[in-house]
Design a protein around this ligand. Structure first.
Ligand code: HEM
Ligand code: HEM
Length: 466
């Protein structure tokens, strides 16, 4: 009823921005995947692996991930509160500032400006920019929730609130730094403390950026796109509180067998195992929701994306806790197994859920239908195949690497030199590039479909004099 007041332009702008940064980040991913087996693709100084790798992770996690999260969260929050955005002009400014910040992020990383803390590479002036962006997001979202016309707080809103609060705390604590000059800063923590804080932040930023806002989308769009209500609200609330509580204790599972005190590692491992339960609360909720009408998997292309997305989340949240165990960690840590784990989450769970949400939102904004279900299905199969191939090859080569590093001769000396352990990786790294290409073609189908849907909607609106 209030549809005309919803600020669809800002949502649309964020979706287009996310797509733009997504393309750039994926090209960088392909490039670094080639550099692993063809070193001549390192073009010094701007396009070496060291710079392009952080460019890839930041442009995708922030540009694609956070860009989509900002836009889709605005879309969801307006519908769940039944009011327009609080301070819509501020939200529009948020969109512009986001893109300016992304340009500076991309250029500074290519220029080699790097704080040298993983997933917190940006130098301090950009950290200030990130905090401003996040504060604006919080003002718009919380302001909208406060003036809502809907009493019920649907589960997606809880996930959005948790994401905003947690990321704010994590980002500020981890980025406490002493500026040396305009382009250089040093984290205030040192040694073991620095590692501990960095992974408390690192793991939770995965949790509160690549998990909770994506769950907010999943819980909103799965019932919307299937017409089937979520199976259990109680289960969704229980898993919400337990996931939020448990996540914050688990960071040290990245630091197993390091100088971090043993009890901190053990505590982290215990909470890591516990995380399976709340994570699977959402997986089970998704399956049982669609379980009341499995034909939706055949008849509704979006259901396929959402269910495969949550399936990858389910696999990821069994694999993740196993990786925290000491016996597993000592085999797979530092190997290619870990990028295999990472990309099942990012290319599988996150990208599939985000793409499906965009497929739902764009036709609604442009008052039309999706341009082609056939193209959407082709996109689905290509990203599924590309993703599976990527992760499976990395798991195989990861175990092989780990086993070769650990192999010893009867006299206790290492069986293989490090260089010898690299040689068998080549075919797998080449396969990763092929799988990345398949995934990229799938994403090009997605972009084509979204842009054509927008074009079709604009033409119809023009025809109808809207
Ligand atoms: C129950 C949930 C999860 C647990 C307990 C978990 C656990 C772990 C562990 C133990 C590692 C360290 C592996 C190593 O280096 O030895 C790891 C790495 C990683 N995980 Fe997960 N994981 C979970 C879910 C996810 C999800 C859903 C995503 C993404 C969508 C994700 C993304 C990552 C990333 C990006 C890294 C690499 C960090 C690095 O740069 O070293 N994880 N995870
Ligand atoms: C065409 C698709 C992609 C290709 C070819 C690709 C390739 C790569 C490569 C080669 C690495 C470096 C691995 C290493 O250091 O050993 C990497 C790391 C990473 N990529 Fe991608 N990637 C792709 C898609 C994505 C997407 C869609 C996301 C996120 C939304 C993503 C997030 C990451 C992250 C977080 C890491 C760091 C992993 C770690 O530290 O273990 N990638 N990627």
């Amino acid at each position: 009823m209030d549809d005309y007041r919803y600020d669809n332009q800002t949502v649309n702008g964020f979706i287009l921005s996310a797509i733009f940064w997504g393309v750039i980040g994926i090209v960088a991913g392909l490039w670094i995947s080639v550099q692993m087996w063809l070193p001549s693709w390192n073009v010094a100084p701007y396009f070496t692996f060291g710079r392009l790798r952080v460019f890839h992770t930041n442009v995708l996690a922030v540009g694609l991930g956070i860009g989509a999260i900002f836009g889709i969260t605005y879309y969801i929050v307006m519908r769940l509160t039944r009011v327009p955005l609080f301070l819509p002009k501020l939200a529009r400014f948020h969109l512009y500032l986001f893109n300016v910040a992304m340009v500076l992020v991309a250029l500074s990383l290519l220029a080699g400006m790097n704080q040298s803390v993983e997933y917190a590479e940006l130098e301090w002036p950009l950290d200030v920019g990130v905090v401003i962006l996040w504060v604006i997001f919080a003002i718009v979202v919380f302001g909208t929730i406060i003036k809502r016309k809907e009493d019920q707080m649907y589960i997606s809103l809880w996930y959005v609130i948790a994401s905003i609060v947690a990321v704010a705390i994590l980002y500020i604590v981890n980025n406490l730094a002493v500026p040396a000059d305009l382009f250089k800063s040093y984290q205030v923590f040192a040694g073991v403390n620095s590692a501990n804080v960095a992974w408390w932040y690192g793991h939770n930023v995965v949790g509160f950026l690549l998990t909770t806002p994506i769950l907010a989308m999943f819980y909103y769009f799965l019932p919307k796109s299937t017409g089937i209500p979520i199976y259990s609200h109680r289960l969704s609330i229980i898993s919400f509180w337990s996931v939020v509580f448990a996540y914050l204790w688990t960071g040290a599972h990245h630091l197993v067998y390091t100088p971090v005190p043993d009890w901190i590692q053990t505590l982290a491992i215990i909470f890591t195992i516990f995380l399976i339960a709340p994570s699977w609360g959402s997986v089970v909720n998704g399956y049982y929701t669609v379980g009341s009408d499995w034909s939706a998997m055949r008849t509704n292309y979006l259901t396929k994306f959402f269910l495969w997305g949550i399936t990858f989340y389910g696999l990821q949240t069994i694999q993740g806790p196993s990786q925290g165990l000491r016996t597993v960690s000592q085999l797979i840590h530092y190997t290619d197994w870990v990028p295999g784990h990472v990309h099942m989450g990012t290319m599988g769970w996150v990208t599939m859920t985000v793409c499906a949400s965009i497929y739902y939102v764009v036709p609604k904004i442009y008052k039309t239908e999706i341009y082609s279900i056939k193209v959407a299905n082709t996109h689905f199969w290509l990203v599924l195949i590309g993703q599976l191939m990527f992760s499976i090859t990395m798991w195989i080569t990861g175990i092989q690497q780990g086993a070769m590093w650990k192999a010893v001769n009867p006299d206790g000396t290492l069986k293989y030199t490090f260089m010898e352990t690299l040689v068998p990786n080549y075919p797998y790294w080449q396969m990763r590039t092929v799988s990345g290409l398949i995934f990229t073609v799938g994403m090009l189908f997605f972009i084509y479909n979204v842009l054509m849907t927008m074009h079709q909607g604009k033409q119809r609106m023009a025809g109808a004099g809207v």
